[in-house]
Design a protein around this ligand. Sequence first.
Ligand SMILES: *[C@@H]1O[C@H](CO)[C@@H](O)[C@H](O)[C@H]1NC(C)=O
Ligand SMILES: *[C@@H]1O[C@H](CO)[C@@H](O)[C@H](O)[C@H]1NC(C)=O
Ligand SMILES: *[C@@H]1O[C@H](CO)[C@@H](O)[C@H](O)[C@H]1NC(C)=O
Ligand SMILES: [Zn+2]
Length: 396
Amino acid sequence: MKSQSIYASLLLCILTFTRFLTIAAELCIDFPNPLDHSEKVIVECPTTANTDTDVKRQTINFFQVTHNCTVNVALCNKVKIAFIDAGVEISKVLNLKQIIKVYVFFTDFNDINILGSAGSARKIPLISDDKIIRFYPQALVKQFSLDPHPEYSDLDIIAHFNAGQEWWFRNDNVAIEPEQIDFNELILHELIHGLGFESSWNDDLEYLDRQKTTGLTPDFLFHSNEFLGFYEYIFDRYVNFLSSSSVVSTSTSYTYQLNMAVAKKTSFNTYSDFVTEVKSSSQWKYAESALIHAITNYSLYFAPAKYTSSNKGVYLESGLYPFARGSSISHVSIIYEKTPDFLMTWKQDPGETLEETIQFVNYTSPIGPGILSILESIGYETDNSPNPIKPTYIHE
Ligand SMILES: *[C@@H]1O[C@H](CO)[C@@H](O)[C@H](O)[C@H]1NC(C)=O
Ligand SMILES: *[C@@H]1O[C@H](CO)[C@@H](O)[C@H](O)[C@H]1NC(C)=O
Ligand SMILES: *[C@@H]1O[C@H](CO)[C@@H](O)[C@H](O)[C@H]1NC(C)=O
Ligand SMILES: [Zn+2]
């Protein structure tokens, strides 16, 4: 009797597991608006045969950029040159195999406070080495040469920059003014976000219901009023929540807990009903704890995978109060401002060029060892990390 019931539950387990895999594997998330990552479109991305052949390793620039530039030709040309420079810089440190397609809007926002932003155009669910499904940025998925693979979007990265800013361009060969921002530095930073330097933890759950932030969750699939689960991005596989320098929890285990708040495939009448149910569950305390970690210095830590450029972990930005959508978590801590990992801090100081900062920190590339170890951990190949951990794709 006992063995039979174990057998039955095991079978049920396998059934649920495969069912769950198939459902998730058919849905991808598109992010059409780089300026607002809460704008998500859940799309079907069916199994597709791989037709891409690897690009020559000697390729100097793996980034193919389409510009939608609505200002004068001279300024648009500066933007184009800056993107070529940034593409070359990244192609030097990552051993890419496939072209990364970027679409860039350069328009006047009529708002001096915004610089611009870039993000992955599509995120794709794959199975990580620990058998957990996570979302991967399409630019990275292409490098894995999966055959077949979930259907790709035409674009890998979408970027939108404010033409109304006080930009400084390297190719002008003039000194930077105190209020100017180095455009080359900013786009390098933004492209690295687009490559996958991005945590899924945010306040979208409440934000999309116009509620004030009381907790953070990983990204989630809510499709046709059905809840299909909370999911980490691959970045989060390495994120730890710390308290007094010791690990309290991994992002993965908080995600696991939050997935028990509401059963997957539960239908709701409205999105608000779903939010109410999650927030009234006993699991909401994990979302509250995640928020506290996100606003307490030294409480978020990226512990890189083995065999990467740096085995030292990196503190993530958790010193902003209140929680700042887009600035908290998905950056290295401001303590790295004057170190080789300065590029991925949340703010960029005006009046300083990328070259000056690289000289100041005395490093050979704008992409520091900590940033590189993060990109290697999520799966990018480099000279120091020739065999990164790769995900798998299970399909019918
Ligand atoms: C540029 O973007 C605008 C706004 O999305 C669009 O209407 C226009 O067709 C685009 N231009 C080109 C040349 O693709
Ligand atoms: C975190 O540390 C930074 C730098 O020391 C400080 O400016 C900031 O106010 C701190 N944040 C919090 C939430 O204590
Ligand atoms: C810069 O780094 C190089 C190589 O690590 C080192 O030899 C040199 O002394 C450093 N220079 C300064 C000014 O710190
Ligand atoms: Zn950023």
